[in-house]
Design a protein around this ligand. Structure first.
Ligand code: ZN
Length: 196
């Protein structure tokens, strides 16, 4: 993950989440004292072709969320996770739905081939009791947004889609840590010590 930087040649695009070369477009006119043209610009991503706006050398559009997928998160879950981050600010509800999908892809990758997400989770929980509530809260939060009647009712629901999407991102990374990283470390250690 290369954080967006003013006038940098390449960085992780806040739209598509891909590390891409950026094309910089200067702004020629000084509009006021506090809008200096040399500190403002538009960067355009070579991968998705979408623009980002910079003022005072700061990225002001779109919002950039630096939640990278856990390093052990497998594809295609990681791809979905990055996509969820890229729309988190503009569409937190969409982001929550993608994070729910990400969780489903993660469990499928781990070999849980049950039909529904709920039955996958109950299968994981048989082997790992700690994780049950963590996974279920991801599923419930995602469901809220998938099944909500109208976007309007959701806006008034006080469910805080943006906060929810941010929390879900953190929780899914924790799930990768528990389900993939820790067993890997334990297996490595077992291998190392069983040889002696
Ligand atoms: Zn892009």
């Amino acid at each position: 993950m290369n954080e967006p930087k003013f006038k940098a040649h390449a960085f992780t695009c806040p739209h598509c989440g891909v590390l891409a070369t950026m094309h910089w477009v200067s702004i020629k006119k000084d509009f006021s004292e506090d809008f200096k043209s040399e500190e403002a610009a538009i960067s355009v991503c070579f991968n998705c072709n979408k623009p980002a706006l910079w003022v005072n050398k700061e990225l002001v559009y779109p919002d950039y969320k630096d939640v990278a997928p856990h390093k052990d998160m497998p594809e295609p879950a990681a791809k979905t996770f990055r996509e969820a981050q890229s729309i988190l600010t503009r569409s937190p509800r969409g982001s929550c739905m993608l994070l729910r999908l990400c969780l489903e892809q993660l469990l499928t990758w781990l070999g849980y081939d049950q039909k529904t997400l709920a039955s996958k989770i109950s299968e994981v929980s048989k082997r790992n009791t700690q994780i049950e509530s963590l996974l279920n809260v991801c599923r419930f939060a995602g469901n809220e947004f998938v099944h909500a009647g109208t976007l309007d009712s959701l806006d008034k629901s006080g469910l805080d889609p943006k906060g929810t999407a941010e929390s879900l991102s953190t929780l899914i990374n924790s799930a990768v840590e528990i389900l993939i990283t820790q067993p890997k470390i334990i297996a490595d250690l077992n291998n190392r010590f069983s040889k002696h």
